[in-house]
Structures are given as C-alpha cells and as structure tokens.
Write a protein that binds this ligand. Structure first.
Ligand SMILES: [Ca+2]
Ligand SMILES: [Ca+2]
Ligand SMILES: [Ca+2]
Length: 841
C-alpha cells in the first residue's frame, strides 16, 4: 500500500460527501455509501471451485460488519461452495448516473444476464435484465439471490408481508427430494452429496414467501427491508444442505421474457449519526516489563483522534487506578479507517492492567517477565497431536477421532483434476489406476480443516519440528504416542519428548511415500467431493473397507473386508522434482533428529534423502524451466546445507556457498532466512560476509512501519496473513539472535503483538491459546460446525476484502481465508514461539 496515495483519498471523499441523510451515493472506490452502510457491487467476483463463495457479488457492510453478500443470478435455491457461479463478463461503473451494471454469464448454459444497481434515496434497486429469454432448461432454477449472515440474524425477528416470524437459530425446516436429473450440474461435474443410492437430491423449501421482507426490525444496526415488485420473494435456510450456508432470499426469473425481468428494492437501515466504536489494538497476552508497548487505535473516519489515552491498573484488592496518561498520535489513513498510536512503554511494573480510550475500556492484560512462556503450549499439547493421521486421539473423556483410512490409499486414475487443487497426469508409478499402493496408511498429519495429507505441508511440518528440536531441544512431554497401538492420549506424559514423536510421525508417512511410490506424492486425498467436506470424526470419512468395483455401492463383501462404495482415498502421484528436493532436505534433517531414538527410520530417511537429491536435481536439470531453480538457484540450496550438516561431505557445502550469495544479491529479504540457517555450521568469515545483507534486511523491516500502522506484513491476498507475520517474526528473531548489534527484538515482539490482538477489525488474539484474555472463539477447524475451536490454532486472521475492508468473523467460523489453521502454519508458530522465548530470555 502506498500510504501517500491513500492520504489523498479522504480529501476526494470529503469533497463529494454530503450530509448523512442525503442517501446512498457512489464513492471514489466504486461502491455505494452512506454513513453506516456500504453497498458493494462486484468489488469481489465469484471464482468457482476451491473458493468459499460467501465473499462475492452484491455485498452489504452494515455498520462495520459484512452481513449480506452473494447478490447474483444463481441457479439453485441455496448455493453450496461447488455450485456453479456466474462469470463477471463486464462491470461498468457509470459515475455520472451513479449506477453500476455487471454482466453475469454461465458458460455451461450459454446464459447471460445483466444486473443494474442504482441508488434511490436511502435504498437501492437491483434490476435484472435479459437480452435473450432464459434457457428452457433453467426455467424454475435461475433466480436472483441475496444471502444474509446467519450469526447476525438468528433469533432476530422478521416480517414477511407484515406477518411476524423469527430467524431460526438452527436449521430445522422442510425439504423435499427431487430426481438427480433435475439437479443443475455442479462445478466441473462434481457432486457435493451422497444420495445413498436413491437417485435423488435434497432441495430446501422456503421458510416464508411474500413480496416484502423486513429483516431484524428489532435491531436497528441490522434492519433491512427488501421489496420485490412482481416476483415472489422466498426466504430459505441454506444450512439445511451445508453447515456453512446462509439465509437466502430469492426470486425466480420469469420464463420467456426479455428486457427488465425482475426488480427488487433494498433498504438497509442506517442509524443516524452512527460512528464505529474505536478498535483499540493491543496484546491480549500481555507485555514484558521492558519491551516497547504501543497500542494502535483504529478509528472511523468520521471520528476524531482523542488527545490522550490512559493505562489503568487492577490492584490486588480489586480496585482500579489510573497509572499513566499519554498522548495519542495520529498515524494516518489506511484503507477505510484512520489510525493512531498510543505508546505506554514507560509502564513497566508487573501486574494486571487495561487501557482506556475515551469510553472504550479494553480487556485486561498482564505485564510480567513470564507472559510469553506458555504461548505455544496449547499448540504443542493439543492442536498438533489432534491432527495426527492414522491414529486414534483421546483426551480425558473425549475421543477427538478414531483411526482414519484403515483401507489405505489407491493410485489416482490418470488425468484426474481434483477439487483441492491437485491433479494426476499420466500414471508414473508401477501401480494401475485404483490399485492399492501398500504402506501409505501410517503417520502424517491432517492438512488443516480438511483431512488430506498435503505432502508439501507435511514436509514443512517435519522441517519445522526438526528446526525447533535442533535449535531449542524442547523436552516438553505431555503427550502419549504409541505407533504400535495407533493411539494418542493428550496430557499423558510417556517419557519421550513430544516434538521427537511428532517428527517420527511425520517422517513415517513421508518415507513410506518415497519407498512405496518411488518419489513424493502431491497429496493423499479424498477421491469424492461428498466426503471431502466432512465435518466430525475423521475415522468416519471412509468405511474402512477396501473398494471393490465388482460390488454395488453400499454393498459389503461376504468376508466383511470390502465394499462397493467408492470412498477410498487416492494418492496423486504425479512427480514434481521440486517437491522431491524439498523432501530430500527434510529427510536429511529428520535423519539427524531421529538418530538414537528410531535408528531404523533415521537410516531410511537418509537413504531417501540422498536418492531424491540426486534424482530430483537431475530431473530439474533436464527440464529447462525447472532447472532454473536447481543448481545456482533456490531449488536445492537448503537441501545442500541440510545434507552437509547430516553427512559432513564438503561438496554439499561448496554447492550451498555457490548458491547462497547470488540468491542474497537477487533478494536479501527472501534469502536471508536460508542464510541465517547456516550460521551455526559455518565460520566467523561467513557471518561477517552476511552483515551488509542483514543491513538491507533491516531496511525492509523498518519499511513496514511506513506500509501500514501495525508495522508487520498484513497481506491483501484471499488467505489472510498471520502466516506471513509469523515468518516475519521468526526471521527477525533469528536475525536478532545472530546480529543483535543490527537488529533488536522489537520486530519479533511486534509480530507477536499483532497475533495476540494488535490488528485491524477487532482486538481478539488470533491464536486459540492459553494466555490471552480474549482469544478468538470460533475457527475453521474440523469441529467448525460446533462454532468452536481446537486449542493452539492460529487463524489466518484479518482478511482484506476489496476495495477497502478488513474482516475477521468471530461468530461465524466458515470462511477458511480468515479462520482456518494449517499444520504447516501452526508448526511454524511453534518455532516462532520458541525463537521469541529464546530471544527475550
Ligand atoms: Ca487440504
Ligand atoms: Ca511424549
Ligand atoms: Ca472404503
């Protein structure tokens, strides 16, 4: 973000702003705005497939919360993630008329429509235009949809044509089934449901039908009135089909008509004079006495920066006393809001405190020498072991999951596209399509909120854990792991450091891949979409029986060992030499960590490391495109270092040295982490030669304070940026450890502060962790349907929505880009925590 450019924006906005009552107007960022209401029209477009589509179309940000989205011509009553979405064929913003028109196209049906959104006072109209009549096969299916966020509307009242009802807290309304041949095709022909052999799909019936809906007349910040002139409005509950569904309001498009075929008027209520409450960002986990302490205050642009803020102490007798008052300094504008900083570093006495900014009183926080000591315990003791695949995982009275995938993994058929972004090309193993590849149902970690073994992620996991083990020797033992019993018990020490057991568990699967497939698989994943979106016990994803195509679906063999249900997981084996090199790096590191604990596995890992290093390098040299990342590039630089450390063979070190300096010259910021990794193994001259690159890296670290008010890489992609912040903090911590004269600990501490609450939108800790006063409460884990969390998870966090909105729902877990934690990300957090603790000790 160019801060200068965005300093100009408020001036432009101010120039065209009128009074709050002048109604909705198109602003410079091409959305409709009045105080308390933003109406976005395809600022975010649909993309299909592997995307949560609750982020697109016509959207309403209502008093700061995005409560309505999905405004589009859709082909089903309550669209799921893999239902067809429209392409945006054009988007015209008519600044003079103050309207936005978008073209929507369904290429599968050669079906085009246009939507025109135009303000009318405090309301806006949505008109749907057809230049050609609706294709006959979509009659009764195509309609205008708009979706309301359940967690913001449930238990609130609504009126349909004056008749009072209540939005249901849980989906329990009527459905019908219809023959599959009436089902509009889903993305790429996938099917989200298992019809149990009935040949029929489930279709929800509407909760209410009428012409005028008033939603939430009992809640002024959520109240919205929608009127349809001609067609009936139907209100559906999308959660009947999928737990992440929203309430859907829809009208069917008429058959056989052209021109303007449908019109709605939508009037979101605006609370007069509304100003968003300041979001005071601070570390919910707390502060070390001597560290810098800066709160970042996020303010509505209609708000004014207060002159001062205060620190209050909670005394041992329960009374509260003001201990510090200091100036609040404006930082500037950043997207939608204005930011100011409050420095209270001078407060150093250990104790319990809170901040006051005007009427805002924050949650309390602790100042103490030990506030960072336990920040990774929940991740290590709870989150990571729960994600161990091929094991039963128990905690006290609770079983998190049984032993999954007992039937093993089949060779994926040739030329298969996969819904989790993988694909199988020609089969490049000794196995036939759908043949069992032996030995793969061992070890490994679930990827994230899903249950596949993403090989690249699992490689990172083992690498991260070895890195933590070698650098910090964490002897923490709170987990019982028996590979023999395939059983994990949380909070039961077994005499073996947990990190070593996690390294073993990850390595077991990855070595099995290398040995049985011959190289690394891309992924071991679901074969059918209807069990990919599984929620609940991982052991229930498949039936545990070998798939036998000679049996009928749902039929079992006489010996009870096979079934005709095609639910077995597949191994996507298409060789990627870059992945082989990453695996070689990881195997070299794992072999060291496992030596003396599991010598057999240690030897197997080293054998595969050397073989994959050789074969992967040759393959990349043969492939000109891949070769660029090989010798002299990034491809095997880290592999060479790890193999040198494991074997002591000089040629690996020579190759590393030949690669690292050009990489640093190209981009010091991205290569510095690999360079720092080598310091413990090389001489003083190597460290000396790194100094100018570390100075360049410091310039990058400092530039973050100009980039945004939080001073860390916030990220604007469609997966929020906690991971980048963790990496930023880890690299800064190591740089500070090796070059304390150049880089202080403040950068790593700033990263921690961001994760623990000093960030946009709200100030909750993004880590489901012990230590925070107010951690986030819902995450996109495999228990997300319970609106819950798995302790120790790190949420991606605050997601940027175009053109100017940051968001992290904490009452709605289902948007993965905000709330999902990953095994690679959470093991990175383990290293970050250890590096930070080590740095400040
Ligand atoms: Ca996955
Ligand atoms: Ca243990
Ligand atoms: Ca099976």
């Amino acid at each position: 973000m160019n801060r200068i450019a965005f300093l100009i924006l408020p001036l432009l906005l101010a120039a065209c702003a009128r009074t709050a009552d002048s109604g909705l107007e198109l602003n410079e960022l091409e959305y409709f705005e009045r105080r308390g209401v933003n109406v976005l029209v395809y600022s975010n477009t649909f993309s299909g497939g592997f995307n949560d589509e609750k982020n697109s179309g016509i959207e309403i940000i209502h008093h700061g919360v995005r409560t309505v989205q999905g405004g589009a011509v859709r082909l089903v009553n309550t669209p799921e993630q893999w239902d067809l979405v429209p392409e945006t064929s054009f988007r015209n913003v008519d600044a003079e008329a103050g309207t936005i028109e978008v073209g929507l196209r369904y290429p599968d049906y050669d079906f085009d429509s246009r939507i025109v959104v135009s303000p009318e006072g405090n309301a806006f109209r949505i008109d749907v235009w057809l230049d050609k009549p609706l294709p006959a096969e979509l009659e009764g299916d195509a309609g205008l949809n708009l979706e309301l966020l359940p967690s913001q509307y449930w238990n609130k009242a609504y009126l349909m044509d004056g008749c009072a009802e209540r939005f249901p807290r849980y989906a329990a309304s009527a459905t019908v089934t219809r023959p599959n041949d009436e089902k509009v095709k889903q993305f790429k022909g996938y099917r989200t449901y298992d019809d149990r052999g009935t040949g029929r799909f489930v279709d929800p019936l509407p909760l209410s039908v009428g012409h005028t809906l008033v939603a939430a007349p009992d809640a002024p910040e959520r109240m919205i009135k929608i009127t349809s002139e001609d067609a009936e409005l139907m209100l559906y509950d999308g959660r009947l089909l999928a737990q992440n569904g929203w309430y859907v309001l829809r009208s069917l498009l008429p058959a056989g008509k052209t021109g303007k075929v449908l019109s709605w008027t939508v009037e979101p209520n605006a609370v007069a004079g509304w100003v968003r409450e300041p979001n005071v960002g601070f570390s919910q986990v707390g502060y070390l006495p001597a560290q810098p302490k800066v709160a970042v205050v996020e303010l509505d642009k209609a708000d004014k920066v207060r002159a001062t803020a205060e620190v209050w102490q909670v005394k041992p007798d329960g009374t509260e006393a003001r201990v510090f008052s200091g100036p609040v300094r404006s930082w500037g504008d950043y997207y939608k809001y204005h930011y100011a900083k409050f420095d209270f570093s001078s407060v150093q006495e250990p104790g319990v405190y809170f901040l006051r900014y005007g009427d805002v009183k924050t949650d309390n926080f602790i100042i103490g020498e030990d506030v960072l000591d336990r920040i990774t315990d929940a991740t290590s003791d709870v989150w990571i072991p729960i994600h161990m695949n091929h094991m039963m995982v128990n905690e006290g009275y609770r079983v998190w999951h049984g032993e999954p995938f007992k039937e093993g993994y089949l060779q994926a058929p040739a030329n298969t596209d996969h819904f989790d972004l993988h694909s199988q090309g020609v089969i490049d193993t000794k196995y036939k399509a759908l043949q069992l590849i032996p030995g793969l149902n061992v070890g490994g970690f679930f990827d994230a909120g899903d249950f596949d073994i993403e090989t690249g992620s699992n490689i990172s996991v083992v690498q991260n854990l070895v890195s933590a083990w070698e650098r910090f020797k964490p002897m923490r033992d709170e987990t019982f792991v028996s590979e023999k019993q395939r059983y994990v018990d949380l909070h039961r020490p077994d005499g073996v450091p947990d990190v070593l057991q996690y390294i073993e568990h990850g390595t077991l699967n990855l070595v099995a891949q290398a040995e049985n497939i011959g190289h690394m698989a891309q992924t071991l994943s679901n074969s059918v979409l209807d069990n990919y979106h599984h929620l609940g016990d991982a052991a229930a994803i498949t039936d545990g029986l070998h798939y036998d195509p000679r049996l009928k679906p749902y039929e079992k063999s006489a010996d009870g060992r096979s079934s005709g249900t095609p639910d077995d997981m597949w191994a996507f084996t298409t060789r990627n030499p870059f992945l082989d090199l990453q695996a070689a790096t990881m195997f070299a590191a794992a072999s060291r960590a496992l030596a003396g604990y599991n010598d057999d596995l240690s030897r197997r890992a080293l054998t595969q490391s050397k073989r994959l290093m050789k074969e992967g390098t040759e393959l990349m040299q043969r492939n000109p495109a891949g070769g660029n990342r090989g010798r002299g590039g990034f491809g095997n630089m880290s592999t060479n270092l790890q193999l040198y450390v494991s074997t002591g063979e000089q040629h690996y070190l020579d190759d590393f040295q030949e690669q690292i300096w050009p990489a640093l010259d190209r981009n010091a910021q991205s290569a510095i982490s690999a360079a720092l990794d080598a310091i413990p193994y090389l001489d003083a001259a190597y460290r000396e030669r790194l100094i100018p690159y570390v100075q360049q890296y410091k310039e990058y670290l400092d530039s973050m304070d100009e980039d945004n008010p939080y001073g860390v890489p916030i990220g604007l992609g469609n997966w929020a940026a906690s991971g980048s912040v963790v990496t930023f903090g880890t690299t800064a911590a190591f740089a500070s450890k090796y070059f304390p004269e150049i880089i202080g600990p403040e950068y790593a501490l700033k990263a921690a502060g961001y994760l623990f609450g000093c960030h946009p939108y709200h100030n909750y800790s993004l880590v489901a962790a012990v230590g925070a006063t107010r951690p986030k409460e819902v995450f996109y884990g495999n228990n997300r349907a319970d609106f819950s969390f798995i302790p120790g998870n790190v949420a991606p966090g605050v997601l940027f929505r175009h053109p100017d909105h940051f968001e992290n729902y904490d009452d709605w877990p289902f948007l993965w880009g905000q709330n999902e934690g990953t095994i690679a990300g959470n093991t990175s957090y383990l290293i970050f925590g250890a590096a930070l603790q080590n740095l400040v000790r």
